[in-house]
Design a binder for this molecule. Structure first.
Ligand code: AVI
Length: 326
């Protein structure tokens, strides 16, 4: 824990979100950096490229589940009412189009509230959906998670909140419960949550998905160092930090690390810091939890929902879960 006097003497930049996170993460032991730091402009492009990799089965498998079951999902969510859709972390909303089309088939028009931190992704999603799927009324909100949900009241209608893409897996389980509990607080009993969550599977399949042959995931991981160099004037040498993906069986998660190949010092002038790395020491940059039917049910139920239905693919690699607010 930092004392108040030492915090007050930190450079101004240590109080910006990026500065504070890098200071916290690289002065602690073990060294960590939060995964939200990945998503600058280049990081977001690299993530889009990851979703198209042959090894990264998550996106195409979830899309295939929506392609097969979108009408069934909408029927199950609706309880014979009209559905309004809200998406947390909508991004470019490419897979969501399949669900919106099913909603339009069912009820001719649908209100869709897209929430994301990226203004440019939201603008692109809104333009594409409005031109490709007539009948969808898109409202977009820049924000984190649940901000703005109240703006889509639903008297006599069913709200279905989407949290897809297994983003829930990037939180510690207790934080995942908190995020869903916050969502639950803004819904009424009977409203729905549609959650996409990656499943536990063979270790080699998981490792390949996070350490692809073309090195795109490695570049995505290392980009965080480029960002710190650019924004905080640091001198990380990318050739001296190697991407590592590990399966942590005990915690049922893939971990991403950046491993220092030699003993070295890295300067971060904007934070007045010099960070010492031992050879083989890592910065832990991401966890991606993988779930069983029972581990995801436990999270959903602790957040105040009842698990209602589940859809999966032929290999049972990915799960799409419908839960009801109780
Ligand atoms: C955004 N999130 C669900 C991705 C995942 O699979 O955990 C982030 C990612 N990290 C490496 N590859 C993809």
């Amino acid at each position: 824990m930092q004392s108040l006097s030492s915090i007050c003497s930190l450079p101004e930049v240590a109080r910006t979100p990026v500065g504070a996170e890098v200071y916290r993460g690289l002065t602690g032991l073990p060294k960590t950096l939060s995964p939200w730091l990945f998503y600058d402009e280049r990081g977001s492009e690299l993530f889009e490229a990851i979703t198209e990799l042959p090894e990264y089965y998550l996106t195409r498998t979830e899309r295939a589940i929506f392609t097969t079951y979108a009408d069934e999902i909408l029927d199950a969510a609706a309880d014979r009412k009209r559905v309004k859709m809200i998406e947390l972390g909508a991004g470019t909303a490419t897979k969501t189009g399949l669900l919106l089309e099913a909603a339009v088939r069912r009820q001719e028009t649908v209100d869709y509230l897209a929430i994301d931190v990226s203004e440019s992704a939201l603008a692109a999603a809104q333009q594409r959906i409005e031109s490709e799927i007539p009948g969808v009324n898109v409202i977009s909100r820049i924000g984190d998670y649940t901000e703005g949900i109240e703006e889509i009241p639903a008297a006599g209608q069913r709200r279905m909140a989407l949290y897809i893409g297994s983003s829930i897996g990037n939180f510690e389980p207790s934080d995942a419960v908190q995020v869903l509990r916050e969502l639950r607080r803004r819904l009424v009993p009977g409203d729905k949550l549609l959650l996409g969550a990656d499943r536990v599977k063979e270790r080699s399949v998981l490792l390949r998905a996070y350490d692809d042959a073309a090195g795109v995931t490695a570049a995505f991981n290392q980009n965080v160092l480029t960002r710190i160099n650019r924004e905080l004037g640091a001198n990380f040498n990318l050739r001296l930090f190697r991407h590592r993906a590990r399966w942590n069986h005990e915690h049922s998660r893939i971990e991403m690390h950046l491993e220092s190949l030699i003993a070295q010092h890295v300067a971060i002038p904007a934070l007045d810091l010099e960070i010492k790395f031992g050879r083989g020491e890592t910065i832990h940059t991401e966890n991606s939890y993988k779930f069983t039917a029972s581990s995801i049910s436990s999270i959903v139920e602790r957040a105040g929902f009842a698990m209602t239905r589940c859809w999966t693919d032929e290999h049972e690699w990915f799960g799409v879960y419908l839960a009801t607010a109780v």
